[in-house]
Ligand binder design. Structure first.
Ligand SMILES: Cc1cc2nc3c(=O)[nH]c(=O)nc-3n(C[C@H](O)[C@H](O)[C@H](O)COP(=O)(O)OP(=O)(O)OC[C@H]3O[C@@H](n4cnc5c(N)ncnc54)[C@H](O)[C@@H]3O)c2cc1C
Length: 433
């Protein structure tokens, strides 16, 4: 109907550029009943890094993933490594006070450092490149960029930001679509997210974490000793951390009303000839525009353009989303008219009402992390640290994040997606102004 469909879930990785260029993982399926200190559900960045934080401290930890490590958003995303937790911390002053706002800002600054430290510490080959630019399509975006630069400077962001007018932007982004940009040479960049997440899982396993793939958690008991049940086994633990994000499904009704799964799509071109790649992104940086329903793009090391966007809250995907994405790409880079698209895929991200990630407790020893709202590569690493610190007794940052109100979406579990889709039409109309 209407050329829309709901992508069928697969047990192996989606058919992405990332899956075509990363090794495979083959951790065993959980069978039998086991005991541990911490059980983590979900093998994306949130779950893997929670497990890694514990494994590094010598704590016994078990991670249970329904499909493969980084099968979800973590292995499908745009690979843009960007700081900030997701929303402007100043908007939460009434909830957390001035000191709380400072702490949220600090966490937003630190989250990229955690990723960089991981890559250094474990010598991870994940194609990391530094350099990132927000780009303006409207005069109001230019005003926002100026204000953002002033805010970052005043807040002590340790990386220099350069405001670019349309002409200066031309030596970073070879497109006439934009009015200017804000360039960050050293504090943000891009990488191969599937390779990163797999390597982080390998680092956790090498330090004793027990990882199970193809082990779908069907139910959870949130008791003093939480227990999770899969088809062939169960794990009982002193603590549980639920990290299933946009792929939560029916596992937890409370979390389901606080988060809406939304899809975003990416296409990858064939490798571009060197001069064409240079005409598109001469400095090999990552780029996002400033609309609510944004476009984002970057080059791969073999000079493919990875172009993403088309966020959608309905749970249904346009059948011809590859063609739609190609048309969007050609609007920005008409010079790619004769270039073939070799990969196209989609992924689900968990959206929160206030665009901040969510953490909190579901029972006496059960924690959750979710809802990065399309901005999770770096913040997942921060939330994993915050929750593992909380379980180890250092609770200040956890209490702060957990105190942010997790507004339920109007419409409850069943109507929240259509209502959000209607709301998004409003924001798309605003984007066009
Ligand atoms: C197309 C796309 C592009 C994006 N681009 C960017 C970007 O460029 N930069 C950025 O910062 N962010 C981006 N994001 C967001 C970012 O990818 C996510 O915020 C982040 O990966 C979330 O990680 P996660 O571990 O919380 O969730 P996920 O990576 O989705 O992992 C959740 C895991 O839980 C597993 N799971 C679910 N239910 C169960 C169960 N019952 N039992 C066992 N396992 C279960 C799933 O199989 C999945 O592997 C993008 C997201 C998408 C979809």
């Amino acid at each position: 109907m209407f050329g829309l469909h709901s992508p069928a879930p697969t047990k192996e990785h989606t058919n992405s550029y990332y899956a075509a260029t990363a090794p495979e993982t083959d951790y065993p399926c959980l069978s039998g009943d086991i005991d541990t200190d911490v059980v983590v559900i979900g093998g994306g960045f949130s779950g893997v890094n929670t497990a890694l934080e514990f494994a590094q401290q010598g704590v016994d930890v078990v991670l249970v993933e329904a499909r493969r490590i980084a099968w979800g958003a973590s292995g499908r995303n745009g690979g843009q490594l960007i700081g900030g937790l997701g929303s402007d911390p100043r908007a939460f002053r009434r909830q957390v006070g001035a000191a709380g706002v400072q702490e949220l800002i600090a966490m937003g600054f630190e989250c990229v450092d955690i990723v960089a430290d991981r890559i250094r510490q474990y010598a991870i080959d994940c194609d990391l490149r530094w350099g990132y630019c927000d780009v303006a399509l409207r005069p109001r975006h230019l005003r926002w960029l100026r204000e953002e630069k002033a805010f970052l400077e005043q807040a002590g962001y340790p990386h220099a930001q350069e405001l670019l007018d349309a002409q200066a932007l031309g030596s970073f982004v070879g497109s006439r679509a934009y009015l200017g940009g804000l360039y960050d040479a050293t504090g943000a960049g891009h990488l191969h997210p599937l390779k990163l997440c797999q390597a982080e899982a390998a680092a956790a396993a090498a330090q004793g974490a027990r990882i199970f793939e193809q082990s779908h958690v069907r139910s959870i008991e949130h008791s003093a000793r939480p227990r999770v049940f899969t088809e062939h086994g169960s794990v009982t633990a002193r603590h549980l951390v639920l990290c299933s994000n946009g792929y939560l499904g029916d596992l937890d009704p409370y979390l389901a009303t606080r988060m809406v799964p939304a899809s975003s799509c990416i296409i990858a071109t064939e490798p571009l000839p060197e001069d064409l790649a240079h005409s598109v992104l001469p400095r090999d940086i990552a780029v996002c525009d400033l609309r609510t329903a944004l476009d984002y793009f970057r080059l791969s090391p073999d000079r493919r353009l990875l172009f993403g966007g088309l966020s959608n809250y309905t749970g249904l995907l346009p059948r011809h989303y590859r063609d739609i994405m190609r048309r969007k790409m050609l609007k920005v880079f008409p010079q790619l008219e004769d270039i073939a698209i070799e990969h196209s895929w989609e992924g689900q991200m968990g959206i929160s009402m206030n665009r901040m990630p969510q953490t909190g407790m579901l029972g006496p020893a059960s924690y959750y992390i979710q809802a990065f709202s399309g901005h999770g590569v770096a913040p997942t690493h921060m939330l994993a640290r915050v929750v593992s610190d909380a379980i180890s007794g250092k609770r200040e940052r956890f209490e702060l994040l957990a105190s942010l109100r997790h507004w339920p979406f109007p419409g409850g579990r069943y109507l929240r997606r259509p209502l959000m889709a209607m709301g998004m039409l409003y924001y798309k109309a605003l984007d066009a102004l």
